[in-house]
Design a protein around this ligand. Structure first.
Ligand SMILES: O=C(O)CCC(=O)C(=O)O
Length: 314
């Protein structure tokens, strides 16, 4: 059996900027945790907003709502701009900060959902090193609830990745680093209390197991990119959070300045652009995979056009 480390640092990091030691840990190991981000009241408000919405619509947040939620919802817009989060991110990637994407990762009680070990950099198509995910816990993130685990230092080299399309894998293509390329004995579980966050470099190998606890596991992953980075492939959009944009990302409009219909349309446009890269096949894709990706791309693009059209009636 592999032994896995559960590191519990003595102190939660609370300074508005990071110390030299913390910066060094991030540069060398590729991650930092636990970091205080949200107050108890904020967690209750944000989790409440998600769960009220779920009650109203009669189902859990779907894949579309979980993707780039900051373009739709006030709670998500507030989190991506939260100074306790952005100050730490700025210490790592500089004063010009974009939010490229957010993903709400919900694992319900007894769900089999998991995330295979992968490196985000392998398929995000961002031409930079300054890309960091702030993973904010909106419920307890413990070993038994399927917290994120990371392979320290793995952000220094590209590892192979296979697309498994496994049923319960939360990743679009079930991207997975083959076990022979990993060292599970070194893996670290980044356990967090609600309101705390972890930071990880987009090259770091990470994943998570199923939730076996008696609460939902709700994590809000915010992808921050230096506003000097460029998007490879077809144009995509991002939201300027701080500083000046120097990148080739198209600029998104902030949700709080928009009506409900305008938010819906902005979100649909952003997801349509994202789909054109996300479901693009490459030279390693098999014929079957190429067909699968092309069909998924047309379905996703069509749905986004439909949502944009529907927004005009709101
Ligand atoms: O929330 C999880 O379990 C996985 C998150 C993840 O893969 C990410 O934030 O990049």
């Amino acid at each position: 059996m592999n032994m896995v480390n559960t590191i519990k640092p003595d102190n939660t990091l609370t300074d508005s900027t990071l110390t030299k030691v913390q910066m060094e840990q991030y540069r060398e190991q590729g991650y930092l945790f636990p970091i205080s981000a949200l107050s108890n009241d904020e967690v209750a408000r944000y989790r409440g907003a998600i769960e009220d919405m779920e009650e109203l619509q009669g189902h859990t947040m779907d894949r579309i709502q979980c993707n780039k939620s900051y373009l739709l919802y006030d709670w998500a817009d507030e989190i991506v701009h939260h100074p306790a989060i952005v100050d730490k991110v700025e210490a790592l990637i500089g004063p010009d900060v974009l939010c490229y994407m957010t993903n709400l990762f919900i694992k319900d009680i007894d769900s089999k959902s998991y995330v295979s070990m992968h490196q985000d950099a392998a398929y995000w198509g961002v031409d930079a090193d300054d890309v960091v995910t702030a993973w904010v816990a909106l419920s307890p993130a413990k070993k038994e609830s399927g917290v994120m685990k990371v392979e320290p230092g793995s952000h220094k080299s590209h590892l192979p990745l296979v697309n498994t399309y496994a049923k319960d894998n939360l990743l679009t293509r079930g991207q997975e680093i083959p076990a022979t390329n990993l060292n599970p004995a070194n893996h670290v579980y980044m356990e967090l209390e609600p309101g705390q966050m972890s930071l990880h470099h987009f090259m770091l190998a990470h994943g998570s197991e199923a939730n076996t606890s008696d609460d939902r596991r709700i994590g809000f992953a915010i992808r921050y990119v230096s506003a000097h980075a460029n998007k490879i492939g077809k144009p995509e959009s991002a939201l300027l959070i701080r500083g000046q944009n120097q990148s080739n990302f198209l600029m998104e409009k902030r949700a709080k300045d928009l009506s409900r219909g305008e938010r819906y349309a902005e979100h649909a446009r952003a997801l349509r652009r994202q789909a054109s890269n996300l479901f693009e096949s490459d030279s390693n894709s098999t014929v079957v995979e190429k067909i699968r990706l092309t069909l998924t791309k047309y379905a996703a693009t069509g749905l986004c056009y439909f949502r944009e059209f529907r927004s005009k009636k709101m």
